[in-house]
Design a binder for this molecule. Structure first.
Ligand SMILES: [Zn+2]
Length: 452
């Protein structure tokens, strides 16, 4: 039987000695190429480097390994040969010569030039940097045990937003404070030519900001009422969960025809990509306004509380998606509820939307052969590839059918308690503990998951 060319060491929780630097040049807007340089403290001997494969939020092995190019590894000015593992395409083996204690790595991340080859994350006006695309790390160490010092060089005059804290600026280069590799991958950096930064709640010790990135200044124009609805979202989440599990929260919101759409959760930020009319064509866009409530909810459900089988020590160990009906289903439910409570979506529209969900699921032919639990494997099964027979195959139905489960749980709690309790109480007890503790997931285990 075939084996990896070199045994990959078991994962240790002990701190990786030294700090790895990651420097990314984001100025090549014409070609959309990110130039990466890393320095890595090492010991002589065999070494395996990983490029992240299993991505949090995607719940699947979709790290864009095919877009890594130009890999060159130097030690004391000498080129070190590397060899990719023939069973694990994300693993690069090499030997560190004696007397060498630092490697200099350089490579490019060839970000998609058009939607035909992937999500467009570099346009002439907006950049969305996800650090997992621009980092190699030593195998055998937990992502929490590796310290990284990130920096990025931006196009001149651009502004950025990120949950990372800045250490200093050197002209257009921004150096961030050291973080663990786990936090780095959970802390994207967005930058843009046309931006606006809105404090949704700057009063307390855990402020919340919304930064807008657009193709042109016109798309940034938001009315007071529109911004107030986003402020209400923050207030309503406080009332629901009774806690904040971040030191500062950054909503990153792109309003663009060219920067690809996205909704991706992080503990202290979220990546949200919508069409340019989000504010300027407000009356047309109610369904899209559940996006920010959904992603914000994930700071509690998915990041602070995380299914144990999704919580892997590195980005190169397989995840299991068995609890996505909870992780995504309950988030979808609270996303609907918080949209309505904040006024981002009207109450009649919210009810219509739930009714529409029930209607399409009622006609979902695939429910006769494939149960909801099995759909939690869908991110790994089909990786969001287009389907020919959607109703029969089913897709990531754990979002919407999961939301209906939690609606049902809510109504049952209300009935059984004669109106004294609801799912609101569960949310507060389950997520509202350890206020202020950030960046360290509490793991859920199957049906035994309960608040401690
Ligand atoms: Zn989600």
């Amino acid at each position: 039987m075939a084996q990896a060319q070199r045994p990959i060491p078991a994962v240790q929780d002990a701190a990786y000695p030294g700090v790895i630097s990651v420097d990314v040049d984001l100025t090549d807007l014409e070609r959309k190429i990110m130039e990466v340089r890393q320095t890595m403290p090492v010991k002589p001997g065999p070494l395996t480097l990983y490029y992240p494969q299993w991505l949090p939020g995607a719940h699947s092995p979709v790290g864009p390994i095919g877009k890594l190019a130009g890999l060159r590894i130097l030690a004391k000015g000498q080129v070190i040969a590397w060899k990719r593992d023939t069973l694990d395409m994300y693993a690069f083996h090499l030997d560190v010569p004696s007397g060498v204690n630092t490697l200099e790595l350089s490579f490019q991340y060839l970000s998609p030039v058009s939607q035909a080859t992937g999500r467009v994350v570099m346009t002439t006006d907006i950049i969305g940097l996800q650090w997992h695309t621009v980092v190699l790390y030593p195998a055998g160490h937990s992502a929490r045990a590796i310290q990284v010092r990130p920096s990025a060089t931006l196009p001149s005059g651009w502004k950025l937003a990120s949950a990372l804290d800045e250490a200093r600026r050197e002209a257009d280069r921004v150096v961030f404070k050291e973080v663990s590799l786990e936090t780095l991958v959970d802390s994207p950096l967005w930058a843009g030519r046309y931006t606006d930064r809105v404090a949704l709640d700057a009063a307390g010790s855990a402020p919340v900001y919304l930064t807008l990135f657009a193709d042109n200044p016109a798309s940034l124009k938001a009315s007071t009422e529109q911004i107030d609805a986003h402020k209400a979202l923050v207030r309503q989440a406080d009332r629901l969960f009774g806690s904040r599990h971040f030191k500062r929260y950054e909503f990153l919101l792109a309003l663009s025809e060219h920067f690809s759409g996205i909704g991706l959760e992080h503990a202290e930020s979220s990546e949200n990509g919508v069409k340019p009319g989000y504010f300027t064509e407000w009356a047309k866009g109610a369904p899209g306004r559940t996006l920010l409530p959904h992603e914000y909810t994930h700071s509690w459900n998915g990041k602070f509380r995380r299914p144990a089988d999704l919580s892997t020590p590195t980005f190169n160990q397989p995840m299991q998606d068995s609890l996505l009906w909870f992780y995504e289903g309950q988030t979808q439910y609270w996303g609907f509820v918080l949209s309505a409570r904040s006024g981002l979506v009207s109450i009649p529209d919210s009810r219509e939307s739930l009714a529409q969900t029930a209607a399409w699921l009622d006609a979902r032919a695939g429910r006769t052969w494939r149960n909801l639990q099995d759909t939690t494997n869908e991110p790994i099964v089909s990786r969001r590839a287009p389907q020919d027979w959607r109703s029969w195959q089913r897709g990531e139905d754990y979002y919407d059918e999961g939301a209906l489960i939690w609606l049902d749980v809510d109504t049952q709690i209300r009935e059984l308690s004669a109106g004294k309790a609801s799912l609101n109480d569960v949310a507060r007890q389950f997520f509202g503990v350890e206020n202020g503790r950030a960046n360290s997931a509490v793991h859920l285990r199957g049906r035994d998951a309960r608040a401690q």
